[in-house]
Design a protein. Sequence first.
Length: 71
Amino acid sequence: MIKTKALVLLAAVGILGGCENMSMGQKGAVTGAALGTGIGMVTGGSFGTVVGAGLIGGAAGYIGGSAIGDK
């Protein structure tokens, strides 16, 4: 369990550190995918459910981020 938490923390630091040159849509996609995956994991979903939640969250985040970035 500690290895998993350390890996998640390392991944989060890597993703957040590399966002400086990203567009608003890309930032929204990363945030949405992370939130969707996190929610899928917390609810105890199967692997397919977690991946699906991440994909849907990423798509929704990209659309929202693009809409904000276009203003």
